[in-house]
Write a protein that binds this ligand. Sequence first.
Ligand code: SAM
Length: 299
Amino acid sequence: MLYAMPKTEQWQWYVEEFSPTEQHHHAIDEVFYAGRTEFQNIGVIRSAVFGKMLVLDGDTQSSQADERIYHETLVHPAMAAVSDRSEVLILGGGEGATLREVLRCPDVRRCTMVDIDGEVVDLSKRYLPEWSAGAFDDARARVIIGDALKFLAEDRDRYGVIVSDLTEPLEDSPSNPLFCDAVFRNIKARLTDGGVYVLQASTAGFHNMSLHAKMARTLRRYYRSVASFYTHVPAFDNDWAFIACSDGADAARLDPAAIDAYCARLRGQNYFYDSETHRRIFALPLYLRRELAKEGGTF
Ligand code: SAM
């Protein structure tokens, strides 16, 4: 999980291994916490370049320096695309930054966040309070510690936006069962008319986009609009992809003026997302469009 490598006398290192032949080495300034919860390995560290970082099962989840790039991209295109933002559901989202971004919107009456791992939430509150910035104490926040799969099976409410901010579906990850055909299909029943289901949807790197494409192709079976978008997230050392799905709204084709009007109503200032950024993140390179257009290769 966290490797303490005596690479130089001066530093210890967190090594994120993307594949057996590819690694990113982060010099560690401080380890706040390193241990194992019931569900996953967890590290909370401070890296020299990215500041504080949350690491689960050896995967960087977010960093202090650039988490706003990830979280604004995950949340706001979907929120801007819908007219009914009163009820929002987050699957996962342990650090509370997705909750923070949703609650910046004054139209939100209630935001329910369901994360399986209470220890991730508690450690984030303790060591990474900048991420949630008070969102856990917002009266509109309903935080449920439990399996999102079970929650989706039992819950009968409907949501204008459902945000999936789950860990990568690695074989042993508790998020794995939520990335499958049946869940992608059944989530539709939890959306209001015109609602949007948005997912963190793995990498969009030229050498590593097959999982993302598989998710998009599977979702196309069930939603009229399935829009991929991506941005570079420096702490991930990767292009990170997202998918917004809906039967009513097409997040890829939002009117720039409507995006900026939506952003202007958010509490506080955006760091990354506005209509110009929107245009950039939804403009996909040819190699990715070709991969997405292929048939087959679904869950
Ligand atoms: N930004 C991240 C990334 O790039 O992968 C995801 C952020 S967030 C920390 C992921 C959260 O998903 C974790 O807190 C984890 O506990 C939660 N999670 C994993 N499986 C889950 C499940 N079955 N139900 C609810 N939450 C789950």
